[in-house]
Design a protein around this ligand. Structure first.
Ligand code: NAD
Length: 280
């Protein structure tokens, strides 16, 4: 069966719109974008469009590659103090000359709707409630839950250990009582390891690397990758056509994790807006 991330994301957005209308709030998301990376520009536009559809205001702050660290830090500090702003994100990747981690850690934890700052990441790692969880892992968990399968006790193998996907996802699934293995570029015997997975999540940015013989029969397979195949077509890290008959559930690319990531970012922004509105 296919996990339809597009449909799930649509449902999330509709629920969020209902909350926004009923509570008469206008959540504001500040997006800091640096440079001319084509994929980043598309992601920012997608976020803006999805936000506008449900009544979230997206303020995009665009800078050229040569912007200074100081200028960006000043902007983050200003946005932290701005009561009208509920969420702040810094579109990745940033130019190498900038210290992205320092900028992320400067975002107020209450406005860190990407959940990438050390405070929210730490809360997730320690399984403390009330933090903001990174959008892609949060969306993946919702997709897994949508299958109705029990997660506790299952062996989850995650391919990829990045700060934005693999690591927070490992913490999130561990908090759901999965047994978690994180594989990465130095992992040996990757196909054999993946064959042991009840839940297999591919987040390594390698087009169609996961084949049928990597997948245990009846496994849940989620594909995070966004790549171009040899014909320039968007594809995931999983060879969907090869795997679809072996897996019990599989998510497609496009139309899987991508739309859920955007929906979860909006959910985090609405959540922070509700909290901050009550506090003011
Ligand atoms: P990254 O480059 O930061 O990390 C990739 C990880 O994969 C690393 O930990 C690396 O060790 C591992 N890896 C690379 N090659 C490998 C191999 N051959 N075998 C095993 N492990 C390998 O990437 P990222 O930012 O985590 O993104 C991963 C993929 O997910 C990319 O295709 C990216 O575009 C996509 N992505 C999608 C979404 C979404 O919303 N759908 C969100 C974030 C990232």
């Amino acid at each position: 069966m296919i996990i339809d991330g597009k449909k799930l994301a649509e449902n999330v957005r509709q629920s969020l719109k209902k909350i926004i209308d009923e509570e008469k709030i206008v959540p504001v998301l500040a997006v800091i974008s640096v440079g001319k990376d084509k994929a980043s520009q598309i992601y920012v536009r997608n976020k803006e469009k999805a936000a506008a559809e449900i009544g979230v205001k997206c303020d995009v702050y665009s800078f050229s590659d040569d912007v200074s660290q100081q200028e960006l830090e000043n902007l983050v500090l200003k946005l932290n103090c701005d009561k009208a702003v509920n969420g702040i994100i810094i579109q990745q990747p940033l130019p190498k000359a900038l210290d992205g981690d320092a900028l992320l850690d400067l975002i107020s934890p209450q406005k860190d709707v990407d959940g990438f700052g050390v405070f929210n990441a730490g809360r997730l790692l320690l399984n403390e409630k009330g933090g903001l969880v990174a959008a892609t892992p949060k969306g993946i968990l919702r997709m897994l839950e949508s299958t109705g399968e029990t997660l506790a006790g299952k062996h989850a193998v995650i391919i990829g250990r990045s700060k934005i996907v693999g690591r927070p996802l490992a913490a999130l699934l561990l908090n759901q009582h999965c047994t978690v293995t994180v594989a990465h570029s130095k992992t040996q015997h990757l196909p054999e390891l993946c064959q042991c997975a009840d839940i297999l999540i591919a987040a390594c940015g390698q087009p169609k690397i996961v084949k049928k013989n990597w997948v245990k029969k009846g496994a849940l397979v989620l594909d995070v990758g966004i790549n171009r195949d040899e014909n320039g077509k968007i594809c995931g890290d999983v060879d969907f056509d090869d795997v679809v008959d072996v897996a019990k559930f599989v998510s497609p690319v496009p139309g899987g994790v991508g739309p859920m990531t955007v929906a979860m970012l909006l959910e985090n922004t609405v959540q922070t807006c509700l909290v901050q509105t009550k506090e003011n």
